[in-house]
Design a binder for this molecule. Sequence first.
Ligand code: ATP
Ligand code: MG
Length: 364
Amino acid sequence: MPISESTVREVLSRIIEPELKKDIITLDLVREITIDVRSVHVHVEVSNPAMHSRKRMEEAVIFNLQQALGAEVKVLVKVTPLSGERADVRRVLPKVKHIVAIASGKGGVGKSTVTANLAVGLAQMGWKVGLVDADIHGPSVPIMFDVALEKPTTLEKDGKHWIVPVESHGVKVLSIGFFAAPDQAIAWRGPMASKALEQLFKDADWGELDIMLVDLPPGTGDIHLSLVQAIPLSGAVIVSTPQPVALADARKGVGLFRLPSVNVPVLGIVENMAWFTPAELPENKYYIFGRGGARSLADELKVPFLGEIPLVQSIREAGDVGRPAVLQEGTVASAAFNDLCEALRTRLAELENTPVQEAPVARV
Ligand SMILES: Nc1ncnc2c1ncn2[C@@H]1O[C@H](COP(=O)(O)OP(=O)(O)OP(=O)(O)O)[C@@H](O)[C@H]1O
Ligand SMILES: [Mg+2]
């Protein structure tokens, strides 16, 4: 049977433009489709002109068309950057290479601690790092960076006022906590909270960044959904303890990012509080929340396992005094967080080379 244009369009409608977050047919990015007897030529535009982004689109088109039409069909793809006025649909934060959300589902499992240490660890490795504390329920990042009393300033540029992030330990930080008294934050619910959060991304002068980490509030509700849809995330990291209740919520966290309307790659799961180690007996490990639960969950959900962070008193103390534990060189804590930074860097590098595929069906 000859290949029809409607079949090709139907297949292409499963490919999501990774930065604009919609499929390439809806976005009208397919410029041309030419069909011969056993070959299909497609011309697609992408928002990010970088080579890796064009390569990913090419691979995604070939992969999806050959899967639907048969491997013997020759697929020729031309990918070009968005042209003319359409180039204006460039994403938010074009100078930020990767935006990564840190989520958990369950509260209190150590999202903010992991986020703060990843941010400082990556900055120590030479990356330009930004951190958005999106926790409207209880912003804790200002304390973890010892900037709780600071107020971000604004600057005027191109006729607009921009929020200037606060800098600490080599990381540019913005928190919803800078703009509201602790009791006020509670009243920020629903659309108002989402709007305020979006301003931290869109109305701030972030400049060029290698990575922006987003510390999400606990849960998987409406605020999460609107935020993860509004921000062009490269991926998400899920934090869990090995405890069954935390793992059940981590599963929901993975499910949120796998929703077809979200479709953000889960970069991996981190097991926090994997075991307790007393400072005086660093060889001793006590699995007080259970053992290896997050690793098994990662296997089951086919998500990479990024690493384990032990429960160490100094990690809590370091957070409380605003000097993340990764700064204490030669400790168990800094070694664990540095390994995690490396694992994340590896995953992001892999992501740049993986083809974009059709939206996965939420399996969780
Ligand atoms: N690996 C660890 N070792 C010791 N203490 C830890 C560790 N991870 C987190 N903590 C402590 O546990 C508490 C909760 O951590 P944190 O605030 O990072 O969790 P969270 O998931 O961000 O919480 P919330 O859901 O309230 O945002 C903090 O007091 C923190 O210092
Ligand atoms: Mg937190």
